[in-house]
Structure formats: C-alpha cells, structure tokens
Write a protein that binds this ligand. Structure first.
Ligand SMILES: Nc1ncnc2c1ncn2[C@@H]1O[C@H](COP(=O)(O)OP(=O)(O)OP(=O)(O)O)[C@@H](O)[C@H]1O
Ligand SMILES: [Mg+2]
Length: 272
C-alpha cells in the first residue's frame, strides 16, 4: 500500500527504465495491483519505448485533464490504464504519460486531485510508482512528490550525474519538508560507491541498479530480450530494490501511526 515517486536529473539517468523495472518486479500479494504513472511533464516514453508503439495515443494522462474538468477523474483514471503483463492479468498497469509536453500546462489543476487519487487507491489494493521525470518534483506537480511515501532521486554513479542530483536533493528536502522519506536509486555506471554518495551528498542510497545497457534497452526502448532477461542482473537487482523500498515504507508507516491506547500517541514525522 505504497506510493513511491522517482525523480530524475540531467542526462537521462534512467528514471523511466528504473520505474519499469520496479513495475515488473514489484512483489505483490494475490489480488493486488501496481500502477506506474508516467507523470513526467516533459512527456511520456513508455508507449513508444517499452511498448514499441503497439498502442496509439488514445490512452493516458492527457485524457485525465479533460475528465478532471468534468469532475470525472476517479472513473476516467481506471480506463486510462494499460496492462503490461504478457498474460493479460491486469495486475501491472501503466498510466501512459503526455505524448506532447505542450499539454503539461493543462495538467496543472489535475496534479493535486491525481495525487489524492494515488494515495486513496490503496484502499483497493494498489501501489503506485510515479515517474516524475527530471523536473516533475518541482513546480505544480511537486504535490505528487509531497504525497508519496518515498521519493527516490535516480542518479548514475558518475560525477556529472551526481552533481546534478546533489542540487535536486537539496531542493527536494525543502519541497518535501521532512514528511516524505527521501532516498537515492543509484544506477551503477560510474566510479562512485553508495558510501561515497552518502558521505558527499548526505543521502542514503536505498538501492543500486547495475549498469546493463542491453537489459535496460528492453525496458526503455522495447528492445529484444537478451537470454535470461527475467533472471538477469538488472531485474534481480530491481526485485531487491522493490523489497527494500517496501521495507522502508513499512518502517515509515510504523513511525507515523500513533501507538494504540486510550491517550493515542504523538505522530512523529520527518525523523530519519
Ligand atoms: N541500469 C541501466 N543500465 C544501462 N543503461 C541504462 C540503465 N538505465 C537506463 N539506461 C539507459 O539510459 C537511457 C535513458 O534511460 P531513461 O529513458 O530511463 O532515462 P530517464 O531518466 O527517464 O530520461 P528522461 O529524463 O529523458 O525521461 C536509455 O537508453 C536506457 O536504456
Ligand atoms: Mg523518463
């Protein structure tokens, strides 16, 4: 019962790829669903990428702007989801992003009700992974980050990527105000270790994904699967990352829930 948001930075560090990897490996009890919402204001990449243009642009975020104006966001949301499972089991779903970033301004009044919908749909046994793109954690869509359980900044372990991430981590601390868990998802392309990242950026690395261009291209561009893709290093690490994220959320929720008893308890937020 989780909303996690992934935020990027300069140089396309791999947010959408990581989000897809988490979607496909997210551990779920029976009857549970996980939705990847492509809320990147710069436009979505999953329809032309992972799904190889097999679907037209008739589904997606853009339709929610219209539905929201008509007061029908809740109903419309479910109709916009695309099943990405081979078996058609509809338990791993994508809300495709904007196909034209010019539509981002029409989304401005929709981000808040959408964020509310994401946190509310857990009542129906859904988790949500939000792809915020490189700038979606700021501006009008920042509300999606603020209402998430966990925000993960995705960065490659290169100097260039980490420098871009450092600025964003500092800005995100202000945006989130300490109530949302903030961590990093490190894509292991460069020389910096997670210990170095923690030391220099002051942020915990929640999980590390290996640098695997061929496996990543399956998720980002719908490339042909290399042999043993499902059990390959990228998907295995994504599975570990998903478990780790779920543990982080569980710990956070334990902290937020007041202890039972006649006098209730103090709600503690922002503790690390
Ligand atoms: N773990 C990885 N190993 C190797 N290549 C990767 C990995 N993750 C992503 N890539 C590659 O990096 C490129 C960019 O990935 P992706 O589109 O996911 O980035 P992004 O952060 O979502 O970018 P944007 O900001 O443009 O939305 C793609 O070619 C993808 O295959
Ligand atoms: Mg992306």
């Amino acid at each position: 019962m989780t909303v996690i948001a992934l935020a990027g930075g300069l140089g396309a560090p791999g947010v959408t790829t990581a989000a897809m990897a988490l979607l496909m490996t997210w551990p779920m009890p029976p009857e549970h669903r996980v939705v990847l919402a492509e809320a990147d204001p710069d436009g979505g990449a999953i329809l032309p990428g992972a799904l190889q243009g097999t679907l037209d642009n008739s589904h997606g975020l853009r339709n929610l702007a219209v539905a929201s104006r008509q007061g029908q966001l809740g109903e419309a949301f479910w109709r916009q989801l695309v099943d990405v499972t081979d078996a058609g089991s509809r338990d791993r779903l994508v809300l495709p992003g904007l196909y034209d970033p010019v539509h981002a301004s029409a989304m401005e009044p929709v981000w808040r009700p959408l964020a509310k919908l994401f946190t509310g749909i857990e009542a129906h046994g859904h988790d949500v992974i939000v792809d915020l793109g490189r700038r979606g954690a700021f501006g009008s869509s920042a509300v999606l980050a603020q209402s998430a359980d966990v925000v993960l900044v995705v960065a490659r372990s290169t100097l260039r990527s980490l420098q871009s991430a450092q600025v964003r981590v500092e800005a995100l601390r202000e945006v989130l105000g300490g109530t949302t868990e903030l961590g990093m998802l490190l894509v292991d392309e460069g020389p910096f270790s997670k210990e170095e990242v923690r030391k220099h950026l002051g942020i915990s690395v929640t999980a590390v994904l290996p640098w695997r261009p061929k496996e990543a291209a399956v998720l980002s561009d719908g490339a042909e699967q290399p042999r043993r893709f499902e059990s390959g290093e990228l998907m295995r690490s994504a599975r570990t990352a998903a478990v780790r994220i779920q543990e982080l959320v569980a710990v956070r929720r334990t902290r937020l829930v007041p202890p039972a008893g006649p006098s209730g308890g103090r709600v503690v937020t922002g503790a690390r």
